[in-house]
Design a binder for this molecule. Structure first.
Ligand code: C2E
Ligand code: MG
Ligand code: MG
Ligand code: MG
Length: 294
């Protein structure tokens, strides 16, 4: 029971401490290992992007896609961002990794356009350190120039915490991005601490409702109210609203009833390889479940 557990913990306090030290070392070693592997991944081209469709909920048409990074590690196989993006954000490697993501997304969309496909705008997730990097705007302008991609085909997804960190500085970077012709979205909306009065001043095109609010939208009245409130706010501020994490027909029906503009989630499609995504562009997304509101 708890008492004896406590007794043993005290009695073996010194061992616990050593165990704790060992665990700390193991974490530090793992981080170092990931950092070394990430440098190699950058050098040897082990990253790739998957693309997940965004669907217009009124027409069922594909309106865009989100580019999501994956890492094809020779030993570990396909590694998802949760396993390495936070570490890259801590050690600064997210800056060159993010640069690669932007370049690859722009290159890919332009390649689709060049091959005659009816390409859609693609959004790229931007971390705080990238957004605040002094060369961010310059670097992005260069990538657009070198890939030849029209800026309207690129959307950047930023979280509330990135924008609220330094409101004045953020506003001026956002204005510069809008002046370039790039689209802007707030990702994971509702999970941060946005001041709504500041939000109004940012030139944002799209609000992405976080999937944590969408998950229980059918059964949880609070979540349904929050989603309805964001949709109403978006309408008033002339921003498009997209629901993330749409997994079921029931969630979709509720979002359509609330006149949410767009949806993204496993119900429509998982994120897929560039090759599979090109097939969706060719077939005019006939392969996706067609959604007709009544
Ligand atoms: P996010 O930007 O909010 O991306 C949405 C995540 O939800 C993706 O996970 C996507 O695969 C997943 N998802 C999509 N539909 C559904 C659904 O119906 N149900 C559920 N449960 N999940 C769904 P992923 O690809 O593992 O990415 C996780 C996070 O990693 C992203 O969250 C984003 O914050 C970050 N990330 C991904 N790619 C990049 C990148 O290129 N750069 C940066 N800085 N961060 C990235
Ligand atoms: Mg995102
Ligand atoms: Mg999100
Ligand atoms: Mg997220």
């Amino acid at each position: 029971n708890a008492d004896t557990a406590m007794y043993h913990a005290k009695a073996s306090g010194r061992n616990n401490y050593q165990f704790f030290r060992a665990e700390m070392n193991a974490r530090a070693v793992r981080r170092l290992f990931v950092e070394t592997s990430l440098r190699r991944a950058l050098r040897q081209g082990e990253f790739l992007l998957h693309y997940q469709p965004k669907i217009d909920l009124a027409s069922g048409a594909m309106t865009g896609a989100e580019a999501l990074i994956r890492w094809q590690d020779p030993d570990l196989g396909l590694v998802y961002p949760a396993q390495f993006v936070p570490i890259a954000e801590e050690n600064g490697l997210i800056v060159p990794v993010g640069r690669w993501v932007l370049r690859e997304a722009c290159r890919q969309v332009q390649a689709w356009l060049d091959s005659g496909l009816h390409a859609v705008p693609v959004s790229v997730n931007i971390s705080a350190m990238e957004f605040r990097h002094e060369n961010f705007l310059e670097g992005l302008a260069l990538i657009l120039k070198e890939t030849g991609l029209a800026p309207r085909y690129l959307q950047l997804e930023l979280t509330e915490s990135i924008l609220m960190h330094s409101v004045e500085a953020s506003a001026s970077v956002l204005e510069a991005l809008k002046a370039m012709g790039v689209q802007l979205a707030i990702d994971d909306f509702g999970t941060g601490y946005s001041s709504l009065s500041y939000l109004k001043r940012f030139p944002i095109d799209t609000l992405k409702i976080d999937q944590s609010f969408v998950r229980d939208i059918v059964t949880n009245a609070d979540d349904a109210s929050i989603v309805a409130a964001v949709i109403g706010m978006g309408r008033n501020l002339k921003q498009r609203v997209i629901a993330e994490g749409v997994e079921t027909q029931e969630q979709l029906a509720l979002l359509q009833a609330r006149h949410c503009d767009e949806g993204q989630g496993f119900h429509f499609s998982h994120p897929v390889s560039a090759r599979d995504f090109a097939r969706l562009l060719v077939t005019g997304n006939d392969e996706l479940p067609q959604q007709r509101p009544d």
